[in-house]
Ligand binder design. Structure first.
Ligand code: SER
Length: 614
């Protein structure tokens, strides 16, 4: 049986043979840093766009390679037996040299002679034409000359048999190149057709009986002033999924049971005590396997998790893998080290830039740092999510992101599992406003008075809101916050009051705060028009200037239920997610610092009775 290494070698030998005369081009980086149109390489042809439109390639007109590809747009498909976001694409290209007459028989020979795939299991699809581009009868004739019978040739429209980086002709922007394609499908005759996908099975049916293993695109068109025009240079752009071809060679419809996945799956089983054969676990196992491959290939190209561009994509894949892992283990968050090392790195050692021993520690470090960050809030975030009603999910998606680090897509997926589809528009709006407000915070426009953003400082920051409200409850509405200063050691808070508070009153304030901490009230924010915030009575600084939209932190309750909140205040954050995270507090000192101005100190854990200086 041909294994993965044999397949790599056979492919290279075939296209570089004297007869076919192709030169190997180095794979392009997976991560594209300079390209304003796309973040990642998702197809072998991407690095050749200038050469497909006329600029000569230094290695000539006949090229091939095996290109690592990443298609983030396929993320929702991952989980079945054949879709992954990371894959390797075997490609060959003619830059204005040979065309259909050569490509079709050569590709066919590779499948049936070199790989010995059974002819009867191979099906062909050809372009049926549009108003602008004729039906591809030329290709049909060539297939027929090769002995393919009519019942193995299928015609499809531009949604299936046209390829450009932007999809069908009407979606191509000016300048974009593309053309009709001829695809080869492998039929897994043991997989019965599932009528859920249509009455009759056919190569493009999604039931899993057919698998596309090769796509020859005849790049002979370009969009120009909104019209599809013939290019002078007629090109061939062939791409075949390496993992899929291996599935066909093995006559194994489940790609995750082939050599490129089996050890990764085994390591996931071992680390979760769940079996791949378990229908409740299989989807999560496939997602983890794919996403960790993605992570490894992005990390070796220098990407680290962040909230922007490439880094955000990496974060999203790692966090989704963590959620799936959490679901499989019922809450334990085991390390990914073993799966990464004995799974992904061992399978790819020496291939596509992977050096298991050299890269292992970097990969562990990047992944573990991200997992440490996320695991603290993962459990709490999932618990928070389970408490949400169906119609709260959309509005709360941003809170899950801001308070628990859940990328939108994870929340959307959790919602979908409960049968609720949520829209990203609300999230995006809140994200934008939040960014603006955060910029104001960092440029000092909100005088949060925070020394840093450590956990302890954030706890004290939430305690400030409890203190402000409890002072008003006990001492009256004359109390207004005049300033605050927080370090990891203590919270200092200045407020207006024209008299000395009594010991009992201070004790009462302390009691209320500790009570609110015990009640484990959620702290969450909403972004709303300033008018609405004023209307529901959110506290604001007199001296501060606010824009049209403001961020209001609620401790308990929400804008729909302002009556349920203990405190509501204009604030840029950050805050902890629940008051129970603060722990018992004590007021240690109270001091008059000016006319009608009092300073109060509070610390976590009781140590002393307050000093009073009046
Ligand atoms: N560009 C085509 C694809 O990505 C063929 O290589 O499928």
């Amino acid at each position: 049986m041909i294994n993965a290494n044999d397949l790599r070698r056979k492919f290279a030998d075939y296209w570089s043979s004297k007869k076919l005369g192709h030169r190997e081009i180095p794979p392009a980086p997976l991560v594209l840093k300079e390209d304003p149109t796309t973040l990642f390489t998702s197809s072998g042809m991407q690095q050749l766009v200038p050469n497909l439109t006329g600029s000569p390639h230094p290695l000539g007109k006949r090229l091939y390679n095996i290109q690592p590809c990443f298609r983030a747009t396929d993320i929702d498909e991952v989980g079945d037996n054949r879709h992954t976001c990371f894959f390797e694409m075997m490609g060959n290209w003619s830059l204005g040299d040979y065309f259909k007459e050569e490509q079709i028989p050569w590709m066919w020979d590779f499948f049936v002679k070199e790989l010995e795939l059974s002819k009867s299991k191979l099906y062909i699809s050809v372009f049926s034409g549009t108003k602008e581009v004729p039906k591809d009868l030329e290709s049909e004739l060539i297939w027929k000359k090769l002995g393919i019978s009519d019942d193995h040739i299928f015609f499809y429209d531009a949604t299936k048999n046209w390829w450009s980086r932007s999809g069908p002709p009407e979606k191509m922007p000016d300048g974009e190149i593309g053309g009709p394609d001829a695809e080869v499908f492998y039929e897994f005759t043991d997989v019965p057709h599932d009528k859920k996908f249509g009455e009759n099975c056919h190569p493009n049916c999604d039931c899993g009986r057919f698998l596309e293993i090769g796509n020859s695109v005849f790049i002979q068109y370009q969009k120009n002033n909104g019209k599809i025009i013939e290019m002078e240079q007629k090109n061939v752009d062939y791409g075949g999924g390496f993992e899929r071809i291996l599935s066909a060679i093995n006559d194994q419809p489940d790609m995750f049971k082939t050599e490129l996945f089996i050890d990764i799956v085994k390591e996931i089983e071992e680390n979760t005590s769940k079996k791949y054969t378990d229908p409740l676990s299989i989807q999560a196992i496939r997602i983890i396997a794919d996403h960790l491959k993605v992570a490894v290939f992005l990390i070796i190209e220098g990407i680290v998790p962040s909230n922007k561009e490439h880094g955000y994509i990496l974060r999203r894949y790692l966090r989704r893998a963590a959620v799936k892992m959490h679901q499989l283990t019922g809450g334990l968050t085991p390390s990914f080290d073993q799966i990464l090392d004995r799974g992904v790195l061992r399978v790819y050692d020496g291939i596509q830039g992977i050096d298991r021993h050299k890269q292992r520690s970097l990969i562990f470090q990047v992944v573990n740092r991200e997992m440490e960050r996320f695991s603290e809030s993962l459990d709490r975030g999932l618990k928070h999510f389970t408490k949400l009603s169906d119609n709260q999910m959309e509005a709360e998606a941003f809170n899950l992101f801001a308070s628990y680090g859940f990328p939108f897509e994870i929340t959307a997926e959790l919602a979908k599992q409960r049968g609720v589809m949520i829209n990203k528009i609300t999230f995006d709006e809140m994200y934008k406003t939040h960014q603006k407000l955060s910029r104001k915070v960092s440029s000092g426009m909100f005088k949060g008075g925070l020394a840093d953003h450590s956990e302890q400082v954030i706890r004290y920051h939430t305690a400030t809101h409890l203190l402000h409200q409890s002072l008003r409850d006990v001492l009256g509405d004359e109390v207004r916050q005049e300033g605050s200063n927080i370090t990891g050691e203590r919270l200092r808070f200045d407020f207006s009051l024209s008299r000395k508070p009594s010991d009992e009153e201070i004790k009462k304030v302390e009691e209320i705060i500790n009570q609110k901490i015990k009640e484990a009230l959620p702290a969450r924010f909403e972004i709303m028009p300033k008018e609405k915030a004023d209307q529901i009575g959110a506290l604001s600084f007199f001296k501060e200037k606010y824009g049209d939209k403001v961020k209001v932190y609620f401790i308990g309750g929400s804008s729909d239920n302002p009556g349920l909140s203990y405190s509501k205040e204009f604030c840029g954050g950050p805050h902890i997610a629940n008051t129970s995270e603060i722990g018992p507090i004590k007021i240690t000192k109270i001091k008059k610092i000016g006319a009608n101005l009092i300073r109060i100190y509070l610390i976590q854990h009781p140590t002393s009775t307050p000093d009073v200086e009046f």
